[in-house]
Design a binder for this molecule. Sequence first.
Ligand SMILES: *Cc1c(COP(=O)(O)O)cnc(C)c1O
Length: 421
Amino acid sequence: MSKNESKQVHPETAVLTSGFDPRLSVGSARPAVFRSSTYVFSSPEAAERAFDVATGRKPAIAGEHVDLIYARINHPNAQILEEQILALETGATAAAVFNSGMAAIMTALMAYLRPGDAIVHTSPLYGGTEHLVEEYLKEWGIRAVEVRAGDQDGLDRAIRETPGVKVVFIETPANPTLVMTDLRAAAESAASISPKPVVMVDNTFLGPAFQHPFVQGADLVLYSATKYLGGFSDIIGGVALAKDPAVLAPLRALRVLFGNIMQPDECWILDSRLPTVTLRMNRQSKSAQRIAEALDGHPAIARVLYPALFEDAEQSRIFHSQCDFPGAMFTIELKGGKQAAFDFLRALKIARNAVSLGGVETLACHPLTTTHSGFSAEESAFAGITDGMVRVSIGIEDWRDLLADFEEALKAVQVPPGPAS
Ligand SMILES: *Cc1c(COP(=O)(O)O)cnc(C)c1O
Protein backbone atom coordinates (compact mmCIF):
# COMPACT_ATOMS: atom_id res chain seq x y z
CA MET A 1 0.00 0.00 0.00
CA SER A 2 1.38 3.42 -0.87
CA LYS A 3 1.96 6.04 1.78
CA ASN A 4 -0.88 8.19 0.46
CA GLU A 5 -3.43 5.40 0.69
CA SER A 6 -2.31 4.54 4.22
CA LYS A 7 -2.81 8.17 5.34
CA GLN A 8 -6.54 7.83 4.68
CA VAL A 9 -7.04 5.28 7.46
CA HIS A 10 -6.47 5.64 11.19
CA PRO A 11 -3.01 5.04 12.70
CA GLU A 12 -4.05 1.72 14.26
CA THR A 13 -5.00 0.45 10.80
CA ALA A 14 -2.14 2.03 8.90
CA VAL A 15 0.48 0.52 11.19
CA LEU A 16 -0.76 -2.94 10.10
CA THR A 17 -1.20 -2.21 6.41
CA SER A 18 1.60 0.13 5.37
CA GLY A 19 5.34 -0.15 5.07
CA PHE A 20 5.64 -3.91 4.69
CA ASP A 21 5.20 -5.79 1.43
CA PRO A 22 4.85 -9.58 2.02
CA ARG A 23 5.98 -10.20 -1.58
CA LEU A 24 9.47 -9.11 -0.58
CA SER A 25 9.53 -11.75 2.20
CA VAL A 26 8.35 -14.86 0.26
CA GLY A 27 4.73 -14.09 1.16
CA SER A 28 5.35 -14.10 4.93
CA ALA A 29 2.43 -12.29 6.62
CA ARG A 30 4.78 -10.67 9.11
CA PRO A 31 8.30 -9.41 8.32
CA ALA A 32 11.19 -11.87 8.21
CA VAL A 33 14.53 -11.08 9.88
CA PHE A 34 17.42 -10.26 7.54
CA ARG A 35 20.61 -10.70 9.53
CA SER A 36 23.06 -10.26 6.65
CA SER A 37 25.86 -7.81 7.25
CA THR A 38 26.38 -7.29 3.50
CA TYR A 39 24.20 -7.30 0.40
CA VAL A 40 24.84 -8.69 -3.11
CA PHE A 41 24.60 -5.99 -5.79
CA SER A 42 22.45 -6.53 -8.86
CA SER A 43 25.29 -5.13 -11.03
CA PRO A 44 28.49 -3.11 -10.64
CA GLU A 45 26.56 -0.12 -11.96
CA ALA A 46 23.93 -0.62 -9.25
CA ALA A 47 26.74 -0.80 -6.66
CA GLU A 48 28.17 2.50 -7.92
CA ARG A 49 24.73 4.08 -7.82
CA ALA A 50 24.07 2.73 -4.30
CA PHE A 51 27.29 4.31 -3.01
CA ASP A 52 26.55 7.63 -4.75
CA VAL A 53 23.14 7.81 -3.09
CA ALA A 54 24.20 6.46 0.31
CA THR A 55 27.02 9.00 0.61
CA GLY A 56 24.79 11.85 -0.52
CA ARG A 57 26.88 12.56 -3.64
CA LYS A 58 23.75 12.09 -5.74
CA PRO A 59 20.09 12.42 -4.71
CA ALA A 60 17.78 9.42 -4.82
CA ILE A 61 15.00 9.68 -7.39
CA ALA A 62 11.46 9.34 -6.04
CA GLY A 63 10.31 5.73 -6.28
CA GLU A 64 13.81 4.46 -7.07
CA HIS A 65 14.89 1.24 -5.32
CA VAL A 66 18.60 1.63 -4.66
CA ASP A 67 20.49 -1.58 -3.82
CA LEU A 68 21.31 -2.20 -0.17
CA ILE A 69 25.02 -2.10 0.67
CA TYR A 70 25.96 -3.01 4.21
CA ALA A 71 23.88 -3.34 7.39
CA ARG A 72 25.57 -0.50 9.30
CA ILE A 73 24.32 1.83 6.57
CA ASN A 74 20.87 0.33 6.15
CA HIS A 75 19.07 -3.02 6.21
CA PRO A 76 15.57 -4.31 5.36
CA ASN A 77 14.34 -4.58 8.95
CA ALA A 78 15.26 -0.96 9.68
CA GLN A 79 13.51 0.10 6.47
CA ILE A 80 10.35 -1.86 7.31
CA LEU A 81 10.25 -0.51 10.87
CA GLU A 82 10.87 3.06 9.72
CA GLU A 83 8.02 2.83 7.19
CA GLN A 84 5.58 1.31 9.68
CA ILE A 85 6.30 3.67 12.54
CA LEU A 86 5.35 6.66 10.38
CA ALA A 87 1.73 5.59 10.67
CA LEU A 88 1.80 6.18 14.45
CA GLU A 89 3.31 9.69 14.45
CA THR A 90 0.92 12.28 13.06
CA GLY A 91 2.67 14.47 10.50
CA ALA A 92 5.87 12.42 10.23
CA THR A 93 7.26 11.67 6.78
CA ALA A 94 10.63 10.17 7.69
CA ALA A 95 12.02 8.02 10.51
CA ALA A 96 15.43 6.67 11.53
CA VAL A 97 15.90 3.92 14.12
CA PHE A 98 18.79 3.78 16.58
CA ASN A 99 20.09 1.23 19.04
CA SER A 100 18.92 3.28 22.05
CA GLY A 101 17.00 6.42 22.89
CA MET A 102 20.27 8.08 23.92
CA ALA A 103 21.78 7.13 20.54
CA ALA A 104 18.90 8.91 18.78
CA ILE A 105 19.23 11.97 21.05
CA MET A 106 23.03 12.12 20.82
CA THR A 107 22.97 11.77 17.04
CA ALA A 108 20.30 14.47 16.71
CA LEU A 109 22.32 16.90 18.85
CA MET A 110 25.61 16.14 17.08
CA ALA A 111 23.87 16.69 13.74
CA TYR A 112 22.81 20.24 14.61
CA LEU A 113 25.33 21.59 17.13
CA ARG A 114 28.90 22.80 16.51
CA PRO A 115 31.43 24.44 18.82
CA GLY A 116 30.26 27.98 19.60
CA ASP A 117 26.57 27.10 19.17
CA ALA A 118 24.01 27.06 21.94
CA ILE A 119 21.14 24.77 22.94
CA VAL A 120 18.12 25.95 24.92
CA HIS A 121 16.39 23.16 26.83
CA THR A 122 13.70 22.59 29.41
CA SER A 123 14.63 21.32 32.86
CA PRO A 124 14.47 18.68 34.24
CA LEU A 125 15.48 16.45 31.35
CA TYR A 126 15.97 12.68 31.30
CA GLY A 127 19.14 12.15 33.37
CA GLY A 128 21.22 10.89 30.44
CA THR A 129 20.19 13.79 28.20
CA GLU A 130 20.87 16.29 30.98
CA HIS A 131 24.37 14.87 31.46
CA LEU A 132 25.05 14.83 27.72
CA VAL A 133 23.96 18.43 27.27
CA GLU A 134 25.21 20.03 30.46
CA GLU A 135 28.53 18.20 30.82
CA TYR A 136 29.69 16.41 27.68
CA LEU A 137 28.61 18.96 25.06
CA LYS A 138 29.92 21.79 27.23
CA GLU A 139 33.42 20.33 26.84
CA TRP A 140 32.95 20.65 23.08
CA GLY A 141 32.24 24.36 23.39
CA ILE A 142 28.46 24.12 23.18
CA ARG A 143 26.57 26.37 25.55
CA ALA A 144 23.47 25.03 27.28
CA VAL A 145 20.78 27.36 28.60
CA GLU A 146 18.24 25.59 30.78
CA VAL A 147 14.76 26.85 31.50
CA ARG A 148 12.53 25.43 34.20
CA ALA A 149 9.68 23.41 32.65
CA GLY A 150 6.51 25.45 32.83
CA ASP A 151 8.31 28.82 32.63
CA GLN A 152 6.90 29.74 29.23
CA ASP A 153 8.09 33.35 29.29
CA GLY A 154 11.56 32.21 30.32
CA LEU A 155 11.66 29.72 27.45
CA ASP A 156 10.54 32.34 24.95
CA ARG A 157 13.17 34.77 26.22
CA ALA A 158 15.94 32.17 26.18
CA ILE A 159 15.11 31.18 22.60
CA ARG A 160 15.00 34.81 21.40
CA GLU A 161 17.97 36.11 23.37
CA THR A 162 20.54 33.29 23.41
CA PRO A 163 23.18 34.05 20.77
CA GLY A 164 23.90 31.17 18.38
CA VAL A 165 20.97 28.99 19.46
CA LYS A 166 20.72 26.11 16.99
CA VAL A 167 18.61 23.63 18.96
CA VAL A 168 15.58 23.97 21.22
CA PHE A 169 15.19 20.70 23.12
CA ILE A 170 11.95 20.06 24.99
CA GLU A 171 10.81 17.19 27.14
CA THR A 172 7.11 17.37 27.94
CA PRO A 173 5.80 16.29 30.33
CA ALA A 174 9.00 16.64 32.34
CA ASN A 175 10.42 13.64 34.17
CA PRO A 176 9.58 13.08 37.04
CA THR A 177 7.58 16.25 37.81
CA LEU A 178 5.15 15.92 34.85
CA VAL A 179 5.29 19.68 34.31
CA MET A 180 4.26 20.52 30.75
CA THR A 181 5.71 22.85 28.14
CA ASP A 182 3.57 24.53 25.49
CA LEU A 183 5.05 23.14 22.26
CA ARG A 184 3.22 25.50 19.93
CA ALA A 185 4.45 28.57 21.82
CA ALA A 186 8.03 27.23 21.81
CA ALA A 187 7.85 26.47 18.07
CA GLU A 188 6.57 30.00 17.43
CA SER A 189 9.42 31.52 19.45
CA ALA A 190 11.89 29.42 17.44
CA ALA A 191 10.28 30.43 14.14
CA SER A 192 10.66 34.11 15.03
CA ILE A 193 14.46 34.09 14.94
CA SER A 194 16.89 33.61 12.08
CA PRO A 195 18.40 31.14 11.44
CA LYS A 196 15.53 29.14 12.92
CA PRO A 197 16.77 26.63 15.52
CA VAL A 198 15.67 23.01 15.16
CA VAL A 199 12.87 22.26 17.63
CA MET A 200 13.38 18.77 19.06
CA VAL A 201 10.84 17.08 21.32
CA ASP A 202 11.52 14.00 23.41
CA ASN A 203 8.02 12.50 23.19
CA THR A 204 8.75 9.32 25.17
CA PHE A 205 6.23 9.93 27.99
CA LEU A 206 3.02 10.59 26.02
CA GLY A 207 3.78 9.68 22.42
CA PRO A 208 2.98 8.45 19.95
CA ALA A 209 -0.57 7.82 21.18
CA PHE A 210 -1.43 10.96 23.15
CA GLN A 211 0.83 13.84 22.07
CA HIS A 212 1.63 14.89 18.49
CA PRO A 213 4.46 17.46 18.42
CA PHE A 214 4.50 17.89 14.62
CA VAL A 215 0.97 19.25 14.80
CA GLN A 216 2.31 21.91 17.20
CA GLY A 217 5.25 22.81 14.96
CA ALA A 218 8.15 20.62 16.15
CA ASP A 219 10.84 19.70 13.62
CA LEU A 220 12.16 16.49 15.13
CA VAL A 221 10.48 14.00 17.47
CA LEU A 222 12.69 11.66 19.51
CA TYR A 223 11.85 8.49 21.38
CA SER A 224 13.31 6.03 23.73
CA ALA A 225 11.65 3.03 22.06
CA THR A 226 12.71 1.14 25.17
CA LYS A 227 9.57 2.50 26.85
CA TYR A 228 6.02 2.52 25.38
CA LEU A 229 6.98 1.64 21.81
CA GLY A 230 8.77 -1.52 22.98
CA GLY A 231 6.26 -1.98 25.78
CA PHE A 232 7.62 -5.13 27.44
CA SER A 233 10.84 -3.95 29.11
CA ASP A 234 12.87 -6.33 26.97
CA ILE A 235 14.45 -4.15 24.28
CA ILE A 236 16.62 -1.02 24.11
CA GLY A 237 15.98 1.23 21.13
CA GLY A 238 15.47 4.75 19.86
CA VAL A 239 13.66 6.53 17.05
CA ALA A 240 13.96 9.95 15.42
CA LEU A 241 11.14 11.20 13.23
CA ALA A 242 10.83 14.31 11.09
CA LYS A 243 8.13 16.23 9.27
CA ASP A 244 10.67 17.12 6.56
CA PRO A 245 13.00 14.32 5.38
CA ALA A 246 15.76 16.93 4.88
CA VAL A 247 15.79 17.52 8.66
CA LEU A 248 16.43 13.82 9.25
CA ALA A 249 19.09 13.45 6.54
CA PRO A 250 22.06 14.63 8.68
CA LEU A 251 21.08 12.14 11.42
CA ARG A 252 21.04 9.31 8.88
CA ALA A 253 24.48 10.35 7.63
CA LEU A 254 25.89 10.42 11.17
CA ARG A 255 24.28 7.09 12.01
CA VAL A 256 26.49 5.51 9.35
CA LEU A 257 29.60 7.02 10.95
CA PHE A 258 28.59 6.35 14.56
CA GLY A 259 27.45 2.81 13.78
CA ASN A 260 24.36 3.15 15.95
CA ILE A 261 21.59 1.85 13.69
CA MET A 262 19.18 -0.55 15.40
CA GLN A 263 20.13 -4.18 14.74
CA PRO A 264 17.87 -6.40 12.56
CA ASP A 265 16.60 -8.63 15.40
CA GLU A 266 15.76 -5.61 17.55
CA CYS A 267 13.95 -3.98 14.62
CA TRP A 268 11.93 -7.13 14.12
CA ILE A 269 10.95 -7.28 17.81
CA LEU A 270 10.01 -3.59 17.92
CA ASP A 271 8.05 -3.97 14.69
CA SER A 272 5.88 -6.64 16.28
CA ARG A 273 5.06 -4.25 19.16
CA LEU A 274 3.86 -1.31 17.07
CA PRO A 275 0.30 -2.53 16.41
CA THR A 276 -0.40 -2.70 20.17
CA VAL A 277 1.14 0.62 21.26
CA THR A 278 -2.15 2.54 21.23
CA LEU A 279 -4.02 -0.38 22.81
CA ARG A 280 -1.51 -0.65 25.66
CA MET A 281 -1.19 3.08 26.24
CA ASN A 282 -4.97 3.55 26.38
CA ARG A 283 -5.34 0.85 29.01
CA GLN A 284 -2.33 2.10 30.97
CA SER A 285 -3.54 5.70 30.92
CA LYS A 286 -7.07 4.79 32.06
CA SER A 287 -5.71 2.72 34.94
CA ALA A 288 -3.20 5.41 35.93
CA GLN A 289 -5.93 8.05 36.02
CA ARG A 290 -8.13 5.92 38.27
CA ILE A 291 -5.26 5.19 40.63
CA ALA A 292 -3.86 8.74 40.70
CA GLU A 293 -7.29 10.17 41.45
CA ALA A 294 -7.88 7.61 44.19
CA LEU A 295 -4.52 8.33 45.85
CA ASP A 296 -4.92 12.11 45.66
CA GLY A 297 -5.67 13.37 49.16
CA HIS A 298 -4.29 10.30 50.98
CA PRO A 299 -3.01 11.42 54.42
CA ALA A 300 0.53 10.16 53.74
CA ILE A 301 0.76 11.92 50.37
CA ALA A 302 1.52 15.62 49.98
CA ARG A 303 0.85 15.78 46.24
CA VAL A 304 0.05 13.55 43.29
CA LEU A 305 1.68 14.96 40.17
CA TYR A 306 -0.43 13.90 37.20
CA PRO A 307 -1.79 15.82 34.20
CA ALA A 308 -5.44 15.07 34.98
CA LEU A 309 -4.88 16.51 38.49
CA PHE A 310 -3.12 19.73 37.50
CA GLU A 311 -4.25 22.60 39.73
CA ASP A 312 -2.33 25.30 37.89
CA ALA A 313 -4.66 26.82 35.28
CA GLU A 314 -1.90 27.30 32.70
CA GLN A 315 -0.64 23.72 33.11
CA SER A 316 -4.18 22.46 32.77
CA ARG A 317 -4.67 24.55 29.61
CA ILE A 318 -1.51 23.11 28.03
CA PHE A 319 -2.54 19.57 28.93
CA HIS A 320 -6.00 19.94 27.41
CA SER A 321 -4.84 21.68 24.27
CA GLN A 322 -1.80 19.48 23.61
CA CYS A 323 -2.58 15.96 24.83
CA ASP A 324 -5.39 13.47 24.14
CA PHE A 325 -5.05 11.60 27.45
CA PRO A 326 -3.02 12.09 30.66
CA GLY A 327 -0.81 9.01 30.19
CA ALA A 328 0.37 6.32 32.58
CA MET A 329 3.10 8.13 34.53
CA PHE A 330 2.49 9.85 37.83
CA THR A 331 4.65 10.93 40.72
CA ILE A 332 3.53 10.88 44.33
CA GLU A 333 5.25 13.08 46.86
CA LEU A 334 5.21 11.50 50.30
CA LYS A 335 5.00 13.76 53.33
CA GLY A 336 7.63 11.69 55.15
CA GLY A 337 10.45 12.42 52.66
CA LYS A 338 13.09 9.91 51.61
CA GLN A 339 12.41 7.51 54.50
CA ALA A 340 8.72 7.32 53.62
CA ALA A 341 9.53 6.89 49.93
CA PHE A 342 11.90 4.00 50.68
CA ASP A 343 9.43 2.35 53.10
CA PHE A 344 6.70 2.64 50.46
CA LEU A 345 8.88 1.09 47.73
CA ARG A 346 9.96 -1.73 50.05
CA ALA A 347 6.31 -2.58 50.88
CA LEU A 348 5.03 -2.81 47.30
CA LYS A 349 4.09 -6.34 46.26
CA ILE A 350 2.77 -5.99 42.70
CA ALA A 351 4.59 -2.88 41.49
CA ARG A 352 8.33 -3.49 41.17
CA ASN A 353 11.06 -1.16 42.33
CA ALA A 354 12.84 -0.46 39.04
CA VAL A 355 13.73 2.47 36.83
CA SER A 356 12.37 2.73 33.28
CA LEU A 357 8.75 2.95 32.25
CA GLY A 358 6.21 2.14 29.58
CA GLY A 359 6.22 -1.64 30.04
CA VAL A 360 3.19 -3.85 30.63
CA GLU A 361 4.33 -4.28 34.25
CA THR A 362 4.01 -1.52 36.85
CA LEU A 363 7.30 0.00 38.02
CA ALA A 364 8.13 2.50 40.75
CA CYS A 365 11.36 4.28 41.67
CA HIS A 366 12.81 7.05 43.83
CA PRO A 367 14.07 9.59 41.24
CA LEU A 368 16.34 11.61 43.53
CA THR A 369 18.57 8.61 44.36
CA THR A 370 18.27 6.78 41.01
CA THR A 371 17.28 8.34 37.68
CA HIS A 372 18.15 11.87 38.80
CA SER A 373 20.96 11.09 41.25
CA GLY A 374 23.35 12.91 38.91
CA PHE A 375 21.58 16.18 39.68
CA SER A 376 23.29 18.50 42.18
CA ALA A 377 21.19 19.74 45.10
CA GLU A 378 20.79 23.06 43.26
CA GLU A 379 19.70 21.34 40.04
CA SER A 380 17.14 19.19 41.88
CA ALA A 381 15.75 22.22 43.67
CA PHE A 382 15.62 24.15 40.38
CA ALA A 383 13.81 21.26 38.69
CA GLY A 384 11.44 20.73 41.62
CA ILE A 385 12.53 17.17 42.43
CA THR A 386 12.17 16.42 46.15
CA ASP A 387 13.27 13.53 48.36
CA GLY A 388 9.71 12.35 49.03
CA MET A 389 8.95 11.70 45.37
CA VAL A 390 8.21 8.24 43.97
CA ARG A 391 7.69 7.98 40.22
CA VAL A 392 5.24 5.33 39.03
CA SER A 393 4.76 3.79 35.58
CA ILE A 394 1.44 1.99 35.43
CA GLY A 395 1.28 -1.27 33.47
CA ILE A 396 -1.65 -3.33 32.21
CA GLU A 397 -2.48 -5.20 35.44
CA ASP A 398 -6.01 -4.74 36.83
CA TRP A 399 -6.04 -1.23 38.30
CA ARG A 400 -7.94 -2.34 41.40
CA ASP A 401 -5.12 -4.72 42.34
CA LEU A 402 -2.57 -1.96 41.83
CA LEU A 403 -4.55 0.54 43.89
CA ALA A 404 -4.85 -2.00 46.69
CA ASP A 405 -1.08 -2.60 46.48
CA PHE A 406 -0.36 1.14 46.77
CA GLU A 407 -2.85 1.62 49.62
CA GLU A 408 -1.40 -1.33 51.49
CA ALA A 409 2.16 -0.05 51.01
CA LEU A 410 1.15 3.40 52.23
CA LYS A 411 0.26 1.81 55.58
CA ALA A 412 3.99 1.10 56.01
CA VAL A 413 4.73 4.82 55.73
CA GLN A 414 5.13 7.10 58.73
CA VAL A 415 3.22 10.35 58.35
CA PRO A 416 5.12 13.16 60.06
CA PRO A 417 3.07 15.20 62.52
CA GLY A 418 2.09 18.47 60.95
CA PRO A 419 -0.66 21.03 60.88
CA ALA A 420 -4.00 19.42 60.20
CA SER A 421 -5.07 20.20 56.67
C1 LIG B 1 14.63 6.26 28.85
C2 LIG B 1 14.58 7.63 28.30
C3 LIG B 1 15.59 8.11 27.45
C4 LIG B 1 16.80 7.27 27.10
O1 LIG B 1 16.47 6.17 26.33
P1 LIG B 1 17.34 4.81 26.29
O2 LIG B 1 16.54 3.95 25.37
O3 LIG B 1 17.45 4.29 27.66
O4 LIG B 1 18.67 5.18 25.71
C5 LIG B 1 15.45 9.39 26.96
N1 LIG B 1 14.40 10.17 27.28
C6 LIG B 1 13.42 9.75 28.09
C7 LIG B 1 12.29 10.67 28.41
C8 LIG B 1 13.48 8.47 28.63
O5 LIG B 1 12.50 8.06 29.46
